[in-house]
Design a protein around this ligand. Structure first.
Ligand code: SAM
Length: 878
């Protein structure tokens, strides 16, 4: 073979690529120096941008490099700019751009180039995988190239969700039809038929159209306001699917392993809170975890809108999520009282959501930059990590519990292959659930039984075909049988061997067989769900539902070879499953060491994306800069107003605020007495602070019984969890020295606490209530209603609740029920001042007007109390 330099290779590959002949381009890989194959591959995959890629490639090839530097890759992975979107940095030419018939964006700016919606490697890959039937290929591709309609969900635990639903049905459905679509037959907005109780909606307009179109302005403003308040969440329709298959009950302990930016966490919280009575909390909790600190901050910001005491946010690698286990056997009766009183001794979950990082090609409609970046190496590079995360999730799931595995990728290597590997590793202790009768209106397709692996441009149908040199990157688990060369030779025995799991599902993972040249899985992968865009005008998603039947099998180490390690030939050594015991984190690590290697090996080939970044609210109206700060990696959410201070320690975790139960009898007693908190309200022992200097506590957080239990377990287990956020901010210290109690109730705290307080409450007539909202601060003498004036002036200095006395009834006793509308105020020397942010005032005024127009049988009676109070800006005594 002639010796060629890097440039010569590049030129040849480029010539084929430019001619659109990818297979000839690929044929050149044979004999090409290893160090430039990745760059050539990148050129093939980035064909549609070949001009610019080629020059980059030439440079890289000349340098012996790999096309893009690590820094560039990181930059790409992080920015994930959605290019349909208007960018906020002022340099965006798309502001004036409009999609043409093909949804390509035209612009008045001649220098701006629309993003390509072509990638031949993508097309070749998915045609070969037979992701859709040949006759639907064009429809599939056309749909992928069109913009995604906007979708949103009503927060079913919000006080006014029925009102919002009514407004959508009775107002916007009709008005948008007339205004937005010129009265044509197209339905402008409609509830998603598969989402329960008409809580999720989709519009025919994309998010960009909603932003740009004047006629749609009122609707857009409505969405923005409700989104900010937390009454709705804008979320891609298909991304709402995985939590629905978790079958969540209010008492469930739920782990959301890869949770940021938190759309599904929010949904899970809605589910557990849905039927909670006003002032009460569900028995369950959500533990939302993400490895990325900045994304954890987004998650915290997102879930703040929920005001929940049932959430813990942690920051761990999901595949190494801590065990949080109390070893009672060592205590021998001498364990502390707290440990004896604890109901749980291991942190296990009833439900696990495993929405793993993925290549994200199911979000192409929303993030068209993926067209340019997509390559087959992305999926291959993530397979190992996805298996590890799912296996850890499975070991943290209670027997009898349900786990949902999901990705927003269409790639079988990230989907069916991961499912097969989970089933294989778990033996008969886990089954794939047949959910065909759940959400019948959701159009989905069964999982694939057959697929291939593409590596370095070569199609492989079985592990037999993998070159030795590629066996660190391409593992047996990527193929439908999940078997490697070694599996076929090892006569395994063990309790789970050749077992039937009672579900008609033959667990044949350990039977020695010859690997067929073309493999097909014998597992019931048709139970997996693949949602494709053109079936219901959505994004794409993959979902698999697992049920844990028994503890996971323990991995038996083979005397001669290490389980989960590559042999000298690079072959994967499979494990046998014998004893019945749950796998520990360490064991998972062992099993997955190959996975680790392969991630590293192939990640170099691709710009790995974190799926779901589309869900980062980059184009919401919240300024992300408000919430994201560049911090040391281990530092999360330090209190910003404390200036320079010592590095905080949370147990073993550096740079994270500690978590302490607040048991200062005197202060807690004072708060309780000031607000007349009823004995029936679980108060003592539920308060925590995040400052080790107990004398300078600024904020006091409230945690539910479920969260309290987990925190106690975590303390006793040596603070295994790295907790970024926990608890509902219930009290905040005020600087007003004249106040009888220095702790005011926060806006988040009011809805929970109001039904349980007996003091510092006054009822205002509709007119005085409206004046308060309009003028923010009113002197006692200026109140219209004399009785209100008198009662308000008799309140103690400090925080109080003003409740709307809708019917102007005489009320001797405070009455709080589902229809209560209240605001947090400050009783100063001469006046009452509202502690509500402008946004909440706007919404409240709107609601009040609507409310007062309606008769007393209005929808509101079915709702929960509305409390809008905000004292982020300290209201000083007037
Ligand atoms: C698909 S996104 C999750 C979307 C999220 N479930 C939602 O609905 O908003 C994947 C997330 O996984 C996180 N991630 C990546 N690797 C991880 C790991 N090893 N452990 C935990 N989280 C990880 C990323 O930071 C990213 O936020």
């Amino acid at each position: 073979m002639p010796q060629r330099d890097n440039f010569a290779w590049a030129a040849m590959v480029s010539a084929h690529v430019n001619a659109g002949d990818l297979s000839s381009a690929r044929s050149l890989f044979d004999g090409m120096p290893e160090k430039i194959t990745a760059a050539c591959n990148a050129m093939i995959n980035g064909f549609s941008n070949s001009e610019s890629d080629f020059s980059a490639f030439k440079f890289a090839a000349a340098m012996g490099g790999r096309g893009r530097s690590r820094t560039q890759r990181k930059h790409f992975a992080q920015s994930r700019e959605n290019n349909w979107k208007y960018t906020k940095n002022g340099s965006d030419h798309q502001q004036n751009a409009t999609p043409d018939n093909n949804n390509n964006i035209e612009t008045s700016n001649p220098t701006w180039k629309p993003f390509t919606t072509q990638n031949l490697a993508f097309e070749e890959y998915y045609k070969e995988q037979e992701i859709v039937r040949p006759e639907e290929w064009n429809t599939f591709m056309d749909c992928l190239r069109s913009e995604l309609p906007a979708a949103f969900r009503i927060n079913s635990s919000s006080q006014c969700y029925l009102e919002i639903q009514a407004k959508l049905e009775n107002d916007f459905m009709k008005s948008l039809q007339e205004e937005g679509t010129d009265g044509s037959e197209v339905v402008a907005i409609r509830p998603l038929p598969w989402y329960p109780e008409n809580l999720a909606w989709q519009s025919t307009f994309s998010r960009k159209q909603l932003r740009k179109n004047e006629i749609l302005k009122r609707f857009h403003e409505f969405l923005k306001l409700q989104n900010e308040i937390g009454n709705i969440t804008r979320q891609e329709a298909v991304s709402m699917v995985p939590p629905l298959f978790l079958d969540v009950r209010p008492d469930d302990f739920i782990l959301d392993m890869c949770a940021a930016p938190g759309s599904k966490t929010f949904q899970l919280l809605e589910m557990i809170h849905h039927s909670a009575e006003p002032g009460s909390l569900p028995g369950g909790m959500v533990l939302a975890n993400d490895v990325d600190v900045q994304r954890c901050n987004l998650l915290i910001h997102q879930t703040k809108r929920m005001s929940t005491a049932n959430l813990i946010v942690t920051n761990h690698e999901a595949q190494h999520f801590p065990s949080c286990h109390l070893d009672r056997s060592h205590a021998k009766g001498s364990e502390p009282r707290e440990a004896k009183e604890l109901d749980i001794d291991q942190l296990l979950f009833d439900r696990v959501l495993c929405d793993v990082p993925c290549s994200g090609d199911g979000t192409l409609r929303k993030a068209p930059d993926i067209w340019r970046r997509w390559n087959a190496g992305m999926g291959n590079g993530l397979h190992g990590l996805q298996v590890q995360i799912a296996m850890r999730g499975m070991s943290l799931l209670k027997v009898g519990g349900r786990m949902v595995y999901s990705t927003c990728s269409m790639n079988p290597i990230e989907n069916e292959a991961v499912v097969v590997e989970i089933l294989r590793r778990c033996g008969g202790s886990v089954e794939l659930v047949d959910v065909s009768s759940e959400l019948p209106q959701l159009v989905r397709r069964p999982g694939l039984k057959k697929w291939k692996v593409q590596d370095k441009g070569m199609w492989l149908t079985s592990y037999n075909e993998v070159y030795d040199s590629r066996r660190a990157a391409v593992v047996p688990g990527m193929f439908p049988s999940g078997k490697g060369y070694v599996d076929a030779q090892l006569p395994y025995t063990g309790s789970n061997c050749n077992s039937q799991n009672g579900n008609g599902m033959v667990q044949d993972h350990t039977i020695p067989t010859t690997i067929l040249d073309e493999e097909a899985s014998t597992l019931p992968l048709e139970r997996c769900m693949r949602i494709v865009p053109h079936d219901q005008n959505s994004g794409a998603f993959f979902i698999a539902v697992f049920h844990k039947l028994s503890p996971l099998p323990v991995i038996q180490k083979k005397p001669c070879c290490h389980p989960g390690k590559t042999t000298s030939r690079g072959n994967f050594q499979a494990q046998s499953f014998t004893e019945v015991k749950d796998i520990t984190a360490d064991e998972v690590e062992q099993v997955d060491s190959v996975g680790n290697q392969l991630s590293e090996a192939t990640m170099d080939d691709a710009d790995i994306l974190e799926n779901g970044e589309d869900e980062v609210p980059l184009d919401t109206d919240t300024d992300p800069s408000e919430i994201i700060e560049e911090k040391r990696p281990e530092q999360i959410e330090p209190s910003r107003d404390e200036g320079k201070r010592k590095l905080q320690l949370q147990g073993r975790w550096r740079g994270i605020d500690p978590i302490l139960f607040y048991r200062e009898e005197e202060v807690v007693g004072q708060i309780k007495a000031f607000y007349g908190i009823k004995e029936s309200f679980p108060f003592k022992g539920h308060l925590i602070v995040r400052n080790s200097d107990i004398n300078h506590v600024k904020r006091v957080y409230y945690v539910s019984k479920s969260v309290k239990e987990v925190l106690e377990l975590n303390f006793l287990a040596g603070e295994q969890l790295k907790i970024a956020a926990v608890g509902l901010k219930m009290f905040e210290r005020q600087k007003d020295v004249s106040a009888q109690c220095v702790f005011r109730i926060t806006s988040e705290g009011f809805p929970l606490l109001l039904p349980h307080i007996t003091k510092q409450i006054v009822y205002a007539s509709p007119v005085d209530f409206k004046h308060l909202l309009q003028y923010k601060s009113i002197k006692f003498g200026d109140f219209v209603d004399a009785e209100f004036r008198e009662k308000a002036s008799k309140l103690q200095f400090g925080c109080c609740a003003v409740i709307l006395n809708k019917d102007n009834k005489t009320l001797s006793e405070p009455q709080v029920d589902a229809s209560t509308i209240a605001i947090g105020c400050w009783r100063g020397r001469n006046s009452i001042t509202v502690m509500v942010i402008a946004l909440d005032i706007e919404e409240l005024l709107e609601r009040m007007l609507m409310y007062l127009e309606e008769d007393s049988n209005s929808l509101l009676l079915e709702n929960k109390p509305l409390i809008a109070a905000e004292a982020d800006k300290v209201v000083k005594s007037d």
